[in-house]
Ligand binder design. Structure first.
Ligand SMILES: *Cc1c(COP(=O)(O)O)cnc(C)c1O
Length: 386
């Protein structure tokens, strides 16, 4: 039985009637840019997330870029971000002319390590960009204390973590700005690209609205330079349908993760995340599910500490038709495009470098059947036996 890493059709096809009705509504309205559907989607997202304001954007990457722009960040500024994340986190910083300063991450949560961040502060450091990687909430209380002490703005990269919580509060409401993505593989997966920025600050929200529309206000007057970062009305209408089901999708992912954690932990050589430095006996380290970190389970990511084991398990699963992927095989401070950044921005990040060799994500999407979950577990068990 094949088990793909993600099956967008299994989620979208049951919604065909609702989706085509939303399409027909936009078609008949003739309004394709901004307008009612966009405003309704933003209001519904703000309510779901518990944010004061939500401004939709053309993608998660553009959400990050717009967030950096409204904070006035650019040449001469430095922004701290993790070395172990998707490229867009750092790419958006570099696009403003600011310098992404890469920090190492925690081997248990995979999220930004503040000790590493502290060692990279300079007089030019203006902001910090924690990523709730794989849906796991970053330690935001310590993050806020750190940011306050060093007068840094916090931009949360929530691209993988819509619905994730920290001590019961939604990710995306714990910093100055929260940036979301609706790329099809994210937890609220769209029908193309889309993004969103949340903030409690009405002034920043207004700046975001102008920035996404060429900095224009009023019509044909431009006090600042923005860009076209608008999300389509059609995309908003379609995602309003899926937003109504997001709670079910989240519950499905959480149930699948719980099942994996229970069943895989019984296999020989498997240790929980808290014992990540479990020594040579640990063949597979499970991801962390901590009570105060409400994991969104965008990915279920295993660590295989022994040399060559990650690639061996990947081949084993692939040969059995089970989708799996390495998120991410190259740490960002080692990317070619950043090789000319100042030395302190690209200092060694040993944990991130180790993780690029040890991580493997397996299917955890809500629509997996019990038989598919068991197939994945049986394949892992089979690999552990040899
Ligand atoms: C997907 C992703 C982004 C970018 O989102 P897009 O909508 O694809 O532009 C940014 N950061 C992280 C961590 C992501 O996973």
């Amino acid at each position: 039985m094949p088990v793909p890493l993600l099956d967008v059709n299994a989620q979208n096809h049951p919604l065909e009637l609702e989706l085509t009705a939303a399409f027909a509504r936009v078609l008949r309205s003739g309004r394709f840019i901004l307008g009612e559907e966009v405003e309704a989607f933003e209001a519904e997202c703000a309510a779901f997330i518990g944010a004061g304001h939500a401004v939709s954007m053309s993608s998660g990457t553009d959400a990050l870029l717009a967030a950096l722009m409204v904070l006035g960040l650019g040449p001469g500024d430095e922004v701290l971000c993790p070395a172990f994340t998707f490229f867009a986190t750092a790419g958006s910083i570099a696009r403003t002319g600011a310098i992404p300063v890469f920090c190492d991450v925690c081997p248990v949560t995979f999220n930004l390590d503040l000790e590493s961040a502290a060692a990279r502060l300079t007089l030019r450091t203006k902001a910090i960009m924690p990523v709730h990687l794989f849906g796991q909430a970053a330690e935001m209380e310590a993050m806020r204390t750190f940011a306050t002490a060093h007068r840094l703005r916090i931009i949360e990269d929530v691209a993988q973590a819509i619905g994730a919580t920290y001590h019961g509060r939604s990710c995306g409401t714990l910093g100055d700005l929260g940036c979301f993505s609706f790329f099809p593989s994210k937890n609220l997966g769209g029908f193309g690209d889309g993004g969103l920025v949340t903030t409690a600050d009405a002034d920043l929200a207004e700046k975001l609205r102008r920035t996404r529309n060429h900095g224009m206000h009023p019509r044909y007057h431009h006090a600042t330079v923005g860009a076209n970062f608008r999300m389509d009305a059609l995309q908003c209408a379609l995602l309003r349908v899926k937003l109504r089901h997001l709670g079910e999708y989240a519950a499905g992912r959480a149930a699948n993760a719980k099942y994996y954690l229970e069943r895989i932990s019984r296999l020989p050589g498997v240790v929980p995340a808290s014992a990540a430095e479990g020594g040579p006996a640990a063949r597979i380290v499970l991801p962390l599910a901590a009570a105060h970190l409400g994991h969104g389970w965008n990915q279920f990511t295993l660590r295989l500490p022994a040399t060559g084991h990650r690639d061996a398990l990947k081949s084993h699963l692939t040969a059995r038709g089970i989708g799996c992927e390495i998120y991410y095989p190259v740490a960002l401070h080692q990317q070619e495009c950043f090789k000319n950044l100042p030395p302190h921005a690209i200092r060694a990040c040993p944990v991130s470098e180790v993780l690029t060799r040890e991580v493997l994500s397996i299917p955890v999407y809500a629509e997996l059947t019990g038989a598919q979950l068991d197939e994945v577990i049986a394949a892992i068990a089979g690999w552990l036996e040899v």
